[in-house]
Design a binder for this molecule. Structure first.
Ligand SMILES: [Zn+2]
Length: 109
C-alpha cells in the first residue's frame, strides 16, 4: 500500500469522491482516518486528516497521475468568474476585471 494524498479534515467528502472515481478506473483505494476513528475520540484531531491510500503499489503511478489531473481540472473549473459590472468573462487567477477594473471577492464568484 502506498499513501497517495493527505486531505485536510474538511475535505473528507473530496477524499471519498476521489476514492470512488479511482475505483471506477479500476484502482482500489482506501480512505484511512475516516470519521469512525474521530468518533472514538482516541486520536488527536490533527491526526484525523483523511488519507487516500492505493492498495496495489503497481498502479500507484497511474493513480497519482489521474489524481493530479482531476485536482488541476477542478481548480480551473472553479476559478473562472464573470464580472458583475460589465459581464466580462475573467480567468480565475485574476482578481480584478481587466476591462473595467472591478475587484472581485471570492464569495461573489
Ligand atoms: Zn468588468
Amino acid at each position: 500500500m502506498k499513501k497517495l494524498r493527505v486531505f485536510p479534515h474538511r475535505d473528507r467528502p473530496l477524499a471519498l469522491l476521489l476514492k470512488e472515481r479511482l475505483a471506477a478506473e479500476g484502482i482500489v483505494c482506501l480512505v484511512r482516518n475516516d470519521e469512525l476513528s474521530t468518533a472514538l475520540g482516541e486520536i488527536p484531531f490533527v491526526e484525523c486528516s483523511p488519507e487516500l491510500w492505493v492498495v496495489d503499489d503497481e498502479v500507484y503511478p497511474r493513480a497519482r497521475l489521474l489524481l493530479d489531473q482531476w485536482l488541476t481540472a477542478a481548480e480551473e473549473v472553479a476559478a473562472d468568474w464573470t464580472c458583475p459590472d460589465c459581464g466580462e468573462q475573467i480567468e480565475g487567477q485574476f482578481e480584478v476585471c481587466w476591462k473595467c477594473g472591478k475587484e472581485i471577492i471570492s464569495d461573489e464568484r
